[in-house]
Design a protein. Structure first.
Length: 284
């Protein structure tokens, strides 16, 4: 069976993260097990989960079934999970993390993230203290955040003296968040894109521009968008429950966008997000 190997991105803490991972949002706990197993079989070595997805136990079963919870297999796998927003705070984060490791059947995770900044109930700095302890204990390798805007990153740095290694944000051709991306690049923070195709909405963006580029290269519109992300240096976590699409989402290195094609996708930037506003949203 053909497998694919993805490039690695070097983070500001020296760790290497596979540039392509599998997202598992909106997959139920029972169904996620086979989805993760098929991804691992296809060659994925980066799984992106969260407490708020309510499927960590299913991810843990897949990792255990496929032999990725210990030994050399575990060393070659990147597992991310995120703290539930209602469990932010020093004591609650420590309790939550112990539970999450148990569900995932792991001794450590590669990245632990604050899921939302919750500026209306800011607890990031006290939570970060617990995160730093997890790292010192060897139970987390890398610390990250999701959905943080520059003002949130500024505040976190002011209160903790540290920038995260990764900021995971909604990012796709029609919602490029250039101000956030530029801030992250200026401060050595890697950008990771969720909803990299706007939950499928961008496949038809630009009055068929994506489809025309795909036809030129003999690939799918999804592959064109994901290749655009790769060329931008963005870490991506496309989600698919179908084994054939999982493989195509890894198969991005047999073609290169021309400068004109890349610029055409850049020009699709617009004012509409597919997901939630980080100023107001929280995972309960």
């Amino acid at each position: 069976m053909e497998t694919f190997h993805t490039p690695m991105v070097t983070l500001n803490d020296g760790n290497l993260i596979p540039q392509i991972g599998l997202g598992v949002l909106r997959i139920d706990d029972e169904g996620v097990t086979s989805v993760v197993e098929s991804a691992l079989e296809a060659g994925y070595r980066h799984i992106d989960g969260a407490a708020g997805y309510n499927n960590e136990a299913g991810v843990g079963r897949a990792l255990n079934n496929a032999g990725f919870t210990e030994g050399e297999q575990r060393k070659n796998l990147w597992v991310t999970t995120k703290l539930r927003d209602s469990e932010q705070g020093y004591d609650s984060a420590r309790k939550a993390f112990d539970r999450q490791l148990g569900l995932l059947q792991l001794d450590y995770v590669d990245m632990y993230m604050l899921h939302w900044p919750t500026p209306f109930d800011w607890r990031s700095s006290e939570t970060w203290k617990a995160f730093q302890e997890f790292r010192a204990e060897g139970r987390v390798r890398t610390l990250g955040v999701c959905n943080f805007l520059p003002e949130h990153l500024d505040r976190l740095h002011e209160e903790t003296g540290e920038y995260p290694a990764v900021n995971q944000i909604e990012l796709h051709p029609t919602w490029q968040q250039r101000e956030v991306v530029d801030y992250c690049k200026a401060h050595g923070i890697a950008v990771e894109a969720y909803s990299p195709m706007a939950r499928g909405a961008d496949l038809n963006a630009g009055n068929g521009a994506i489809e025309r580029i795909a036809a030129e290269h003999g690939v799918t519109p999804a592959q064109v968008i994901l290749r655009w992300h790769i060329e931008n240096g963005t870490i991506i976590i496309p989600k698919s429950v179908h084994a054939d699409r999982q493989k195509r989402n890894l198969d991005l290195f047999g073609f290169v966008l021309t400068p004109e094609e890349h610029a055409a996708i850049d020009a699709l930037d617009g004012p509409t997000r597919a997901g939630h506003d980080p100023m107001t949203f929280t995972y309960a």
